[in-house]
Design a binder for this molecule. Structure first.
Ligand code: CA
Length: 509
């Protein structure tokens, strides 16, 4: 053996040794729900939701009060999570686009570095996942009862049970069969609590004893806010008695296909409950505000009931980690693809850059890094998740990623991640008629530019007006603040290479 070969061998042995001494890499579980409002989570101060398992996670980790999405709509939000890039960069601007799953997604980098990776449940990106060891997904929005699931072979089969249980059981089964010599990364893609808020039969009627107070701005008339006045997402006009609230007497009723999927046993329990609700409803002959308020009560009951199963199933995953001695070395991220309106402004749904839908729940438990019981008031964005998890896994963050790693902040709550959050929504004309807009959210202010079909600005002082009822744009007192925010927004557009937004800004007024 010559000298240089010996030297190489010695170096290899040393290298191997150094690697063995390295800290064990953490496993990563991301639980991604759909349309879960912070106002429905106990840890965030919800009065009515029952979320003991999410509350436990917050107690053992960090609760983020200022976590925002960059585009408040299902598919695009998942694309942002996967790529760490804004919608205009990853190409998934609205739900009608098809995600190019062959692009650089961070789970593929985890897989290359030795993680076992999986995505189970709602995917909603039209194309199939790429770069995962395992996936099993709901087609499109998926179904609550006995959902169809698409396997890696591309075939679809119907799985008996309630979607949230099915997705969790499949996740636990995958975890059970994994190669224990490798770290794992799994996304649990929940369907709940997405419209049409169909609760598990076990949870029907759980909120019937509660009369939910109306949000203060339930009867918002949208003065001084053009886009808010144009939307089609109100409980009064848009929410359907049949499709959304399960009343069979409504000609536009819950699609028969939803009920036809149920087993006779499931259907019997379902009908026993909703037939009684409907008989009572018909007896009342409601109209006007009384009808709108009845719809609001039913909406709250159905929505919150779906979150009971959600929390229960999160509990199953946490117990699995406990029982298998994995809790200590597993990062658990709980988040939603965006927030949701629970009657604020009279609405359900999302899309707007206003707080209820731009804000998303975010709870991270990371033993040894995050101090239990941490509450973060720093601005973070869902574009930051990919670089954060890559860094946590010890995998280099590619320079093309537009988000910022939150790791320094997770170690020290005082270190900020970003000064502001950027937002851009594209789907107009589209379902719910929300105009295209982009904007900036700082710790105190929000500046929004609506563009294309109508061109105008909105400005909110979130300290004085957290419900965003008072558009201050154009007021003399706020001219300097608006000008400063506009400049910050322009800088963000340049930094993020958002050409469409820059084009709109060029038409300044
Ligand atoms: Ca969603």
């Amino acid at each position: 053996m010559n000298v240089s070969l010996k030297l190489i061998l010695i170096l290899l042995l040393l290298g191997g040794n150094l690697f063995a001494q390295k800290v064990e890499r953490p496993n990563i579980v991301v639980i991604l729900t759909d349309d879960h409002a912070v106002s429905a989570i106990g840890a965030y101060g919800a009065k009515y939701g029952a979320t003991p398992n999410l509350d436990r996670l917050a107690k053992e980790g960090a609760l983020f009060n200022r976590a925002f999405v960059v585009n408040s709509i299902c598919g695009p939000s998942r694309a942002v999570l996967l790529t760490g890039k804004y919608s205009h960069t990853n190409g998934m601007r609205d739900n009608r686009d098809t995600f190019d799953a062959s692009q650089d997604v961070f789970p593929a980098r985890l897989k290359q570095s030795g993680f076992q990776t999986a995505w189970i449940g709602k995917w909603h990106l039209v194309s199939y996942p790429q770069g995962f060891d395992f996936w099993n997904i709901l087609p499109g929005q998926g179904q609550y009862y006995n959902p169809d699931m698409i396997s890696m072979k591309g075939d679809t089969s119907r799985v008996k049970g309630y979607a949230t249980d099915v997705i969790t059981d499949m996740t636990i089964d995958w975890l059970d069969k994994r190669d224990e010599s490798k770290p794992f990364f799994v996304v649990v893609g929940e369907k709940a609590p997405h419209r049409t808020w169909m609760p598990d039969t076990a949870d029907l009627g759980k909120f019937d004893h509660i009369k939910f107070p109306l949000p203060k701005n339930f009867y918002d008339r949208y003065d001084n806010r053009i886009a808010a006045g144009m939307q089609d997402m109100s409980i009064e006009k848009t929410m359907k008695l049949g499709y959304d609230l399960k009343m069979k007497s409504d000609p536009d009723r819950l699609a028969d296909s939803f009920l036809r999927r149920m087993t006779p046993e499931q259907r019997k329990k379902w009908n026993t409950y909703y037939d009684k609700v409907e008989a009572d409803f018909l007896k009342q002959k409601l109209s006007g505000n009384a009808l709108t308020e009845w719809k609001y009560q039913r909406y709250m009951k159905d929505y919150l009931s779906t979150t009971l199963s959600l929390d229960r199933n999160i509990g199953k995953i946490l117990s699995y980690l406990d029982k298998n001695n994995l809790t200590k070395n597993t990062i658990v991220v709980y988040t939603s693809d965006q927030g949701f309106y629970m009657g604020e402004h009279g609405w359900f749904d999302k899309r707007f850059m206003y707080e209820e839908s731009m804000r998303t729940p975010l709870i991270i438990r990371y033993p040894g890094i995050i101090k239990p019981g941490t509450v973060s008031n720093q601005i973070v964005s869902n574009v930051d998740f990919a670089p954060t998890l890559l860094e946590a896994a010890g995998v280099p963050v590619p320079k093309e990623i537009q988000g910022k790693s939150m790791m320094a902040h997770l170690r020290n709550n005082k270190i900020s991640v970003r000064k502001s959050a950027y937002y851009h929504f594209y789907e107009f004309p589209g379902e719910h008629s929300v105009l295209k807009h982009f904007g900036i959210r700082t710790s105190r202010y929000k500046l929004i530019r609506f563009y294309d079909h109508k061109d105008f600005w909105e400005l909110y002082d979130l300290q004085k007006d957290p419900s965003e009822m008072n558009n201050l744009y154009g007021q003399k007192k706020y001219q300097a603040i608006a000008a400063d925010l506009k400049e910050q927004l322009r800088q963000l557009c340049i930094e993020n290479k958002d050409e469409e937004a820059l084009k709109a800004l060029a038409r300044n007024f």
